[in-house]
Design a protein around this ligand. Structure first.
Ligand SMILES: [Zn+2]
Ligand SMILES: [Zn+2]
Length: 255
């Protein structure tokens, strides 16, 4: 199994997971042409995708989903709450939507997908783990805090894409208005570097081959702060930590 990102952050997200000929796009927060171009940078075309999974309705995750799905005839998986919210804003009659239960795993060809609910200010947000029956990739972004259930899902992963949205001091002393600071830093907001590091200390990381810091705020974080927090928790070299960027995500990693 391998995975890569077409971009990560509040201006758009998308991650590709591939096993054999099964290629899933996790979230689509970019416009149609942009998504296609970004996929091309990973040497794949939109026609090669099997389908799209959505975590929640926020624009940076779902803004481009129906246009891409319609153009390339791709099925889409999401929770009932996410679907309800997206239906309000975007007509999607032409797209095949599979409504998922946030606690029930399912398979899409060669990849087993396990959703899990997260505390975030959306209607019914989930994040996912992906397995080929042998290796496990876990993705956790857009969560205000951790939960025992999240930690049990992430435990034993071979690869982990983990939100490091902000540095708490930078957020609190930064340019955001007070209400936005409260939202981002709150229990239904986004994960800060230290909270991400604490998760690593609670889960089994003995099988971990790749770790990626994701969804970094461009105003309230730096690559160096995120890397320092995660490498400190894992007691590993800083250059072992990958940082996903808004512009180019990160290139293929194999597990
Ligand atoms: Zn987001
Ligand atoms: Zn969000």
């Amino acid at each position: 199994m391998r995975f890569a990102s077409i971009g990560s952050g509040s201006a758009g997200n998308g991650l590709v997971v591939e096993k054999n000929n099964t290629r899933l796009l996790l979230d689509c927060g970019f416009g149609l042409r942009d998504s296609v171009e970004r996929l091309t940078r990973l040497n794949i075309s939109a026609e090669q995708l099997t389908g799209i999974l959505i975590t929640h309705e926020h624009e940076d995750h779902a803004g481009g989903v129906f246009k891409l799905a319609k153009k390339y005839n791709l099925p889409v998986w999401m929770t009932h709450g996410t679907h309800k919210m997206l239906e309000r804003s975007t007509p999607n009659e032409a797209v095949r939507v599979h409504v998922i239960d946030s606690h029930i795993k399912f398979s899409i060809h060669d990849i087993e997908v396990t959703p899990f609910p997260v505390p975030h200010d959306a209607r019914e947000p989930v994040q996912y783990t992906f397995s080929d029956g042998n290796k496990k990739l876990s993705v956790l972004t857009d969560t205000g805090c951790s939960t025992p259930h999240i930690e049990s899902m992430l435990s034993g992963s071979h690869a982990l894409v983990l939100e490091c949205n902000h540095d708490l001091d930078k957020l609190m002393n930064g340019p955001y208005p007070y209400s936005l600071k409260q939202r981002v830093g709150g229990r239904l907001g986004h994960l800060d570097n230290q909270s991400a590091a604490k998760i690593l200390n609670k889960i089994d990381t003995s099988k971990l081959q790749h770790i990626v810091a994701a969804h970094l705020s461009e105003k309230n974080n730096t690559h160096a702060l995120a890397v320092a927090a995660l490498s400190g928790a894992l007691q590993c070299e800083e250059d072992w930590i990958t940082v996903a960027s808004q512009e180019s995500g990160f290139h293929w990693k194999e597990i």
